[in-house]
Design a protein around this ligand. Structure first.
Ligand SMILES: C[S@@+](CC[C@H](N)C(=O)[O-])C[C@H]1O[C@@H](n2cnc3c(N)ncnc32)[C@H](O)[C@@H]1O
Length: 239
């Protein structure tokens, strides 16, 4: 696996997210599974990061595989868990999953439209016939509204880090730059780039990939989303 896009941020990720309620996020994912009466036995979390969500889902979901492209993020998860280092657009699995989920706008890290279609096609290939694929995506309203709020400076375990967030509206790229000063004085940097797609794009991409959109909700609710929403939650199954 060539790239590790979260090598730097893996050192501070849990500190950066310490105010976020993964417990509530996990409840929402469980509610989705219940709502669609999904009788899942095999679960796959895509772009699982440091496994923060999994800490709450492992009690409810039995057989979970955790996938991420970043070895550094996966290394934060106990080795007793089933961890797979792979690119979400190139799924390595031969068997199927009944419930596939991904959180925190991870799909936006795919910055090319054709790669999104490829990703969805790969998911379709490993989704069981009655399986559910659910993920959230960040829309432009979110980038515009929250870009300044993401700028921050903080300290953690002797390290200092600075996050600078920038949204380039004309090319629809949202960039988060991280500059870290380690305890030994070394400076390291990393830039995360996310593509902000149109609301409608996801529907077209799903259809092209052979997936059917059952619903698209305002994230954390069961209310229909629209192009003005900040974060949207897709529920898909095979066409
Ligand atoms: C914002 S973090 C979200 C992590 C986790 N889902 C959470 O909610 O805390 C995005 C994650 O996506 C992963 N990622 C980015 N591009 C990826 C790719 N092409 N394939 C798999 N994982 C990817 C990163 O390594 C990172 O762990």
């Amino acid at each position: 696996m060539a790239s590790d896009p979260y090598k730097v941020v893996s050192m501070i990720y849990d500190h950066m997210m310490h105010r976020l309620s993964y417990n509530e996020w996990a409840k929402y994912i469980i509610d989705i599974k219940t709502f669609y009466k999904n009788d899942a036995e095999k679960f796959l979390e895509i772009a699982c990061g440091t496994g923060k969500l999994d800490k709450y889902l492992e009690k409810s979901f039995n057989d979970i595989v955790l996938l991420d492209i970043s070895k550094s993020m996966l290394d934060c998860i106990p080795s007793s868990k089933k961890r797979v280092c792979a690119n979400m657009t190139r799924q390595p699995f031969k068997s199927n999953f009944d419930f596939i989920y991904s959180t925190f706008d991870s799909i936006n890290y795919i910055t090319d439209e054709e790669e999104i279609v490829k990703y969805m096609g790969e998911i379709r290939n490993i989704l069981s016939d009655d399986g559910i694929f659910t993920f959230d995506a960040s829309l432009e309203t979110n980038s515009i509204k929250n870009v300044k709020r993401l700028n921050r400076v903080n300290k953690f375990r002797g390290m200092e880090y600075k996050q600078v967030s920038k949204y380039e509206k004309d090319i629809r790229l949202h960039m988060n730059s991280f500059r870290m000063k380690l305890a030994n004085g070394e400076i390291i940097e990393e830039v995360h780039t996310q593509k902000i797609y149109d609301f409608e794009f996801y529907f077209d991409a799903a259809e092209r990939a052979g997936l059917h959109v059952l619903d698209c909700f305002e994230a954390f609710t069961f209310e229909d989303a629209n192009e003005e929403s900040e974060r949207i939650q897709f529920i898909m199954k095979k066409l």
